[in-house]
Ligand binder design. Structure first.
Ligand code: PGA
Length: 265
């Protein structure tokens, strides 16, 4: 049985903006989201250095996420930020294993699993990013890659109680999946709605088989990769596409708001 999932749109600011810009843009977006009273959840994944300041400004209208979180509670990990630290400043959760982290910072499915479990164990949310490279797609490995990214990370969490991946708020499952084909990120070459849907169906089927049909239907699956206001409509009404993870088009609040409003219609 299909259940209704709340739409979730997250802007990933990556390593852009300075403190003044981040603060002004976040306030601007929060004000607009409050004013429009959107039916979707809008989030921002901000650079960690700005999170404490932005957390004071959320007024619970824009959900605040980190872009990465360590798997340990504390320790000798120079330069890292723990989920406990993030929780202490009221950040809701974090992106996990964004493809830029997989490609440039040695993220693996196993380290991703450690991060997911550290977040979930604190009741925080994890937006787990998966997706194939162009070479993998051309070799016909889409399904295999997606399933191994999901399965290996879930096994590495060592969490055996499926309900722990959902938590207690049906509108905001603790785990969400972001499907982001690597070849579509920051390239302007978005996946077609058909391509995105094919991948989302693979992910949904896997979630149902891993967690059981009822729970597997509750997770949100976001599409990411060159999403903008002008193309978001193609995705947002497809079955199994429950929102978007947006990079470049989230940097200007006015443009991002326009994109969010299209998802709320
Ligand atoms: P993009 O980035 O929207 O700029 O392609 C998406 C992402 O990396 O999350």
């Amino acid at each position: 049985m299909e259940i209704k999932r709340k739409k979730l749109v997250i802007g990933n600011w990556k390593m852009f903006k300075d403190a003044v810009q981040a603060s002004a843009d976040f306030e601007n977006l929060s004000d607009s989201v409050t004013e429009k009273n959107l039916s979707i959840e809008v989030g921002i994944a901000a650079p960690s250095i700005f999170l404490a300041d932005l957390a004071r400004k959320t007024r619970n209208t824009v959900s605040l996420f980190a872009q990465n979180a360590h798997w340990a509670e504390e320790g000798a990990f120079t330069g890292e930020v723990s989920p406990t630290m993030l929780k202490s400043i009221h950040v809701l959760g974090s992106l996990v294993a964004h493809s830029e982290r997989r490609q440039m910072f040695a993220e693996t499915n196993q380290t991703a699993g450690g991060r997911i479990s550290a977040l979930l164990n604190l009741g925080m949310r994890a937006i787990y990013c998966v997706g194939e490279t162009l070479v993998e797609r051309e070799k016909g490995l889409l399904k295999e890659i997606l399933i191994s990214q999901l399965e290996q990370a879930f096994i590495a969490t060592k969490i055996r109680n499926s309900q722990s991946f959902i938590g207690s708020d049906p509108n905001k499952p603790l785990l969400s999946i972001a499907y982001e084909p690597v070849w579509a990120i920051g390239t302007g070459k978005a996946a077609s709605a058909v391509e995105a849907q094919e991948a989302h169906t693979i992910i949904r089927n896997f979630l149902q088989s891993y967690f059981g049909e009822e729970l597997g239907n509750r997770f949100q699956i976001l599409y990411g990769g060159s999403v903008k206001a002008s193309n978001v409509n193609e995705y947002i009404n497809c079955p199994n596409i429950d929102g978007a993870l947006v990079g470049g088009a989230s940097l200007v609040p006015k443009d991002f708001l326009e994109l969010c409003m299209k998802c709320a219609n």
